[in-house]
Design a protein around this ligand. Sequence first.
Ligand code: ZN
Length: 167
Amino acid sequence: MVPTPQTVAAGKIVGIYYTLKDKSGAVIDTNRKGGKPLVFLHGGGTILPALEAALLGLAKDAEISVQLTPEQGYGVAKPELHKRVPRKAFPAGRELKVGMHFNSGDGKGHNVPVTITGFEGDEVLVDHNHPLAGAELFFQVTIAGVRDASAEERQHGHAHGPGGHHH
Ligand code: ZN
């Protein structure tokens, strides 16, 4: 008897190779070059929920193209997230340029990417929107593997082992 292959479902450990492109076809991100899949607990919040949902029912080696709206991706760009901060809030001696990205805390322990959009006097104009806010996302995903989560992985809420979380 040939065993039925595992398929992606909530609570499974899933490995994927992915390429993310923008509308123009430019590659934004990919993990296909390093040879190691991204391994995550399905439903654990590691990847975008809409992308996770698109993988349901797929088995190893399946390939899928997934198009996400900005709402399903990193949200719609919000004008109120354009702010101005004093130059001295940035590392001293570091040359600042339009288009540079910084990580700034949001006070809740998350890293928020900040993009410099301009300068005015002693102030730096920054955009707190995610760099991919407002962007349609085009993913090409290959399922690298699907397996059951261990009791420990379920308890921790993330994948362990190669490609997963290390303690
Ligand atoms: Zn753990």
